[in-house]
Design a binder for this molecule. Structure first.
Ligand code: TYD
Ligand code: MG
Length: 454
């Protein structure tokens, strides 16, 4: 018999057969709650014992027409959607509270409405007056977007059925309340059931639906991850509160590439698209200083340059600090270990701070070499050449590995006025006019060459 997995983690959606205090999957505490299974249909008979209906089967090469898309006319948004909003698709937009999801979606609603879609915006969090106030602030009060403040899902579905919009925006899924589910709004059961109802309604009626999901720290409210599997597209809106940059990232897209990003800037009049993010992320860079390097990265399909900063200082503590913003702490520990054991650059007794400037988050291993360069540069108090970009992956043996899309990275660097690049040695040479290459086979050789013999 199949195990009854009725305990579900509200943060990541992992299912368990019994309760426990900590989720094994995401390590969150007090997030596991019991949920009722979605049981329906005749009881007491196995599925095999009762005949259902025969499903029509088709060949793999049956020509399905491309799904129709509508563009918002905002390049940063359309790219993340894979070329526009697909008809009858279900999307989830997740993000921390206050990051700007409602602002983004109200602006998107106005754009789609202007481009011919009938759009309904349903807010479960704010009153209609609050949404209207935001619309006035954004200069969108004349847009043909219809608005309601409601949380009752049954009423919402009935309204959508009569109004027949092309796009419904639900802000947020955690405030929705399906009256056939016996648990509080925001619980895993409610959030899942609401998302399921909205998604199936959308598919059946040829309507697109965009659901907002707050990333929650509190275990009693379900996070967006519990519905990720139900929707076609999952976008996350990220950024640091103190910075004005916001990044919309597609983590799943059935109708386009995942890991694509759109860059926006939060201004007093809403979100503005950033057409040249590299220039923006480098704009605040001062004179070349020890510990600062420029990393030539790739986000989705586009190259993006950004500054990586390191600070290394003697530690007053018995256990020195390792602090990272915008990169993975585990990866930093690895780079420090490789520098210590393969290159004889010890960091014992030193505090290490690493920061990706501008509030950007980097997950590419290609940043390894840039991070190592920033660390050694900070430790040796020696600045790297200002006109150089750096990228490359570091293996545990200390070898440098070439990374994908070298040419695109170099072209972007050239476009922004850089004249050289420090990269791993490549079997197949890539040359870009205007960029001189400085290549090494391993990290120890790189350190010796760039920072002198040790
Ligand atoms: P909001 O869209 O309400 O965030 P979310 O829906 O993700 O919770 O935006 C919240 C912040 O954005 C708020 O602190 C104010 C700021 N903001 C601006 O800076 N400019 C603007 O034009 C708007 C509408 C909001
Ligand atoms: Mg909001």
């Amino acid at each position: 018999m199949a195990k009854d997995l009725s305990f579900v983690c509200s943060a990541c959606g992992a299912a368990y057969s019994k309760w426990s205090g900590q989720c094994d999957a995401c390590q969150a505490w007090n997030t596991i709650h019991e949920t009722k299974a979605l049981a329906s249909g005749p009881k007491g008979k196995t599925l095999g014992g009762m005949r259902g209906r025969a499903i029509p089967l088709i060949d793999l090469d049956t020509q399905e027409p491309e799904p129709p898309r509508t563009q918002a006319g905002v390049a940063e948004l359309d790219r993340v959607l894979g070329g526009g909003l697909v008809k009858a698709s279900a999307l989830l937009v997740g993000g921390d509270p206050g990051i700007g999801k409602s602002t983004l979606l109200l602006q998107a609603a106005a754009r789609f409405a202007r481009n011919g879609l009938k759009v309904i915006y349903i807010s479960g969090e704010e009153s209609t007056a609050q949404v209207q106030m935001r619309a006035r602030r954004l200069g969108l009060e004349k847009s043909p977007v219809r608005l309601a403040a409601e949380t009752n899902l049954r009423d919402i579905l009935t309204t959508l059925e009569t109004e027949k919009p092309d796009l419904a925006i639900i802000d947020s899924i955690q405030t929705m309340w399906a009256d056939n589910v016996e648990s509080a709004p925001g619980s895993v059961a409610q959030v899942r059931s609401s998302a399921h109802e909205l998604t199936t309604f959308a598919k059946r009626n040829g309507m697109s639906v965009i659901m907002v999901g707050h990333v929650t720290k509190d275990g009693s409210i379900a996070g967006p991850r519990v519905v990720e599997h139900m929707v076609d597209t999952v976008l996350y809106f990220e950024g640091e509160r103190g910075h004005q940059f916001r990044i919309l990232r597609s983590v799943k897209n059935r109708f386009g590439p995942a890991d694509e990003i759109g860059v926006f800037e939060m201004t007093g009049k809403g979100l503005a698209e950033v057409k040249n993010p590299s220039a923006l992320f480098l704009s605040e860079r001062g004179k070349p200083a020890p510990g600062s390097v420029v990393f030539a990265g790739i986000e989705g399909t586009r190259p993006m340059l950004c500054e990586i900063q390191a600070l290394v200082a003697p530690s007053p503590h018995s256990q020195p600090r390792r602090s990272v913003v915008g990169w993975d702490g585990g990866r930093l520990a690895m780079i420090l270990a490789v520098l210590e054991s393969r290159c004889a650059v010890p960091f014992t007794g030193l505090d290490v701070y690493l920061n990706v400037a501008g509030g950007l988050r980097i997950s590419e291993p290609a940043a390894d070499l840039a991070v190592a360069a920033a660390l050694v540069s900070a430790r040796e108090d020696a600045a790297l050449p200002a006109e150089a970009v750096i990228f490359g992956e570091i293996s545990l043996s200390g070898a440098l590995r070439p990374v994908a899309q070298t040419e695109n990275r170099l072209k972007e660097a050239e476009k922004l006025g850089f004249t050289s690049a420090i990269t791993p040695h490549q079997a197949k040479q890539v040359a870009v006019k205007g960029i001189s290459l400085r290549q090494s086979h391993d990290l120890a050789a790189f350190v010796a060459e760039v920072f002198g013999a040790r």
